[in-house]
Design a binder for this molecule. Structure first.
Ligand SMILES: NC(=O)c1ccc[n+]([C@@H]2O[C@H](COP(=O)([O-])OP(=O)(O)OC[C@H]3O[C@@H](n4cnc5c(N)ncnc54)[C@H](O)[C@@H]3O)[C@@H](O)[C@H]2O)c1
Length: 338
């Protein structure tokens, strides 16, 4: 099989996860990188043995097959549209867009150009999520009753000052939910299915930022179950993310990416994860490359086999649409139907 040649745009914090993951995948090779800051592109290119291009346009006219987009969130949709129009497949960091208009434009461009798009949501590839998903889909949990996620994180003032785009509506697209919480929102939707109605309050209670640092949402899922989301970057000292799904046969608890509770009526044995909980609640980079590696492997397979990646544009969009509905509910004081 031919190796898939990757480019990376945006050589900041998360680009390292992409470059290292690509480096560990047999069918993938990193050949080009670019960043608006030339010195970042050169240093990054040198570190990973890839050519530094001066602009995204130049990277997209090189012989890459696919591009990983690792720039600030407000640029994701427009750069992905540019990549799609150049016939390149796309690995797009979360969130895949920050407004409904951006997401509509992205959908249209990906469809029209027939390229593959994989939305980054690396925790969906954990063994814990696979096991929980299987329990839901096989009917072992029974009819779903409740699904909730609590993300009481802490970000520091230095974190928000580390790049000018962080904490802004234009480039972050939101705060505790659109940036940090979107992983958990995606995980909840993955297990519980789509949300029908949401009522929410979002506030900026602690940080000096434009966007929300604290959010609470009540959910009604399409399958009739109820649930809630708590997402914040204001809680000292920060607590691990806890996802709990309850069906009529019992409850599964996932802490970060480990099963920490598995209590089903007909299963005396708990099926807890063997690994230890790695906590990202106050150190955002405290996670390994395994998730990105599995996700990019799945993407490479989708390009080879001409099928959809596991987390495609539609799945990536569901989480953003729900977060946008949460913002709308808080702004208008109304329950929003999705
Ligand atoms: N999947 C995850 O767990 C995870 C973790 C961290 C960040 N992210 C996402 O990755 C994205 C980047 O976050 P980060 O923390 O790496 O940010 P960062 O600020 O460290 O890096 C962004 C890079 O993009 C470059 N850039 C800015 N504008 C550009 C342009 N027009 N063209 C080319 N390059 C440009 C910047 O110079 C910088 O090097 C965000 O959207 C964030 O949500 C995802």
């Amino acid at each position: 099989m031919k190796q898939i040649r990757f480019g990376i745009v945006g050589c900041g914090v998360i680009s390292d996860w992409h470059a290292r993951a690509i480096g560990e995948i047999e069918g993938a090779v990193l050949t080009g990188v670019t960043d608006i800051r030339q010195e970042s592109a050169h240093a990054f290119g040198q570190k990973y043995g890839a050519k530094a291009f001066a602009t995204l346009e130049e990277l997209l006219t090189s012989d890459i097959d696919a591009v990983c987009i690792c720039t600030p969130s407000g640029l994701h949709a427009s750069q992905a549209i540019q990549a799609a129009n150049s016939g390149k497949h796309i690995v797009l960091e979360k969130p895949i867009g920050i407004t409904a208009e951006q997401l509509d434009g992205l959908e249209e461009a990906v469809e029209r150009n027939g390229v593959k798009l994989c939305a980054v949501s690396q925790y969906l590839f954990s063994q814990a999520m696979e096991q929980a998903k299987q329990a839901v889909e096989s009917g072992r949990l029974g009819k779903l009753i409740l699904g909730d996620i609590t993300m009481k994180f802490l970000r520091t003032r230095e974190y928000y000052q580390s790049s000018s785009w962080r904490g802004t509506w234009a480039m972050d697209g939101g705060g505790a939910l659109m940036n940090q919480g979107i992983h958990g929102v995606g995980m909840l939707l993955y297990l519980m299915g789509p949300v029908k109605r949401v009522t929410a309050h979002v506030r900026t209670l602690y940080h000096q930022i434009e966007v929300e640092d604290t959010a609470v949402a009540l959910l009604e899922f399409e399958n009739g179950a109820l649930g809630h989301i708590v997402g914040t970057t204001s809680v000292y000292p920060g607590y691990p993310r806890v996802l709990q799904v309850t069906g009529e046969n019992g409850t599964i608890t996932i802490t970060e990416d480990q099963i920490t509770g598995w209590r089903l009526r007909d299963e005396p044995e708990e099926r807890l994860s063997a690994g230890k909980v790695t906590d990202t609640s106050s150190v955002p980079t405290n996670f390994g490359i395994e998730g990105h590696k599995k996700l990019i492997e799945d993407f490479v397979h989708a390009v080879w086999e001409d099928c959809q990646p596991k987390i495609d544009l539609k799945k990536g969009r569901e989480a953003v649409d729900l977060i946008l509905a949460i913002y709308e509910s808080s702004r208008t004081g109304k329950t929003i139907t999705l």
